[in-house]
Write a protein that binds this ligand. Sequence first.
Ligand SMILES: Nc1ncnc2c1ncn2[C@@H]1O[C@H](COP(=O)(O)OP(=O)(O)OP(=O)(O)O)[C@@H](O)[C@H]1O
Length: 245
Amino acid sequence: MPETLIEVDEVSMLYNISREKADNLKEYLIRALKGGLAIDEFWALRNVSLRMRRGESLGIIGLNGSGKSTLLKLIAGVLQPAKGKIQVRGSIAPLIELGAGFDYDLTARENIYLNGAILGHSRAKMNESFDEIISFSELEDFIDIPIKNFSSGMVARLGFAIATINRPDILIADEILSVGDMKFQKKCESRISEIVNHGASVIYVSHSVESVKKLCTKAAWLHKGELVRFGDANSVCDAYLESLE
Ligand SMILES: Nc1ncnc2c1ncn2[C@@H]1O[C@H](COP(=O)(O)OP(=O)(O)OP(=O)(O)O)[C@@H](O)[C@H]1O
């Protein structure tokens, strides 16, 4: 039996939402200290359990607000669950919020080194990968231009190219494919398939059931924070589509 890479055990996630609008942080703190701040608790995920083994790829589907990104961020370690346990074995390349680590006043060249350092890569590794990053993101003519002048698709291309220079055990992707144009989406899909063919697993959040069917072996269908169904991607996707009719 292939090794289990990800174990999500009875995980619940709670957000605290303030109903009041404080104009600034000072006002917010004063109200909070006086106990006058109305906070609502919102369970974005309830009791979700799933497992992913090496070689499998998982698609997370569901309507807006069903908890897909929350689950992805919990697995990536960006958020901590309120209840339950998550265990991840292996290296993760998170492709969530691509470009979040960029400094928009710096050039593409400078951001490659900055982002590489944030991801824990040495300068030598980034020197070695530099040309490949530029050519994959097709930014040859924009290397020394501050990225504040880039379109969102150009930023996403650069972020994707940097995040995938290593062959991770697990690739986590959140709708990134929807940012780039069709040509870049195809390129991302083929790079993801290539990484998967080298034995990595992908966790992928998407509104495109077709691409989940194409890229994933397993699917998890969330609805209002609950796991409706988890299993073979084709049958879960078909059941989800049927529920929309
Ligand atoms: N930081 C936050 N604070 C409070 N509530 C949040 C926060 N992030 C998400 N939520 C709420 O949690 C619920 C799940 O959000 P999440 O982004 O995980 O859904 P999603 O399935 O990824 O949605 P979409 O398809 O629209 O991207 C939503 O109702 C959202 O309003």
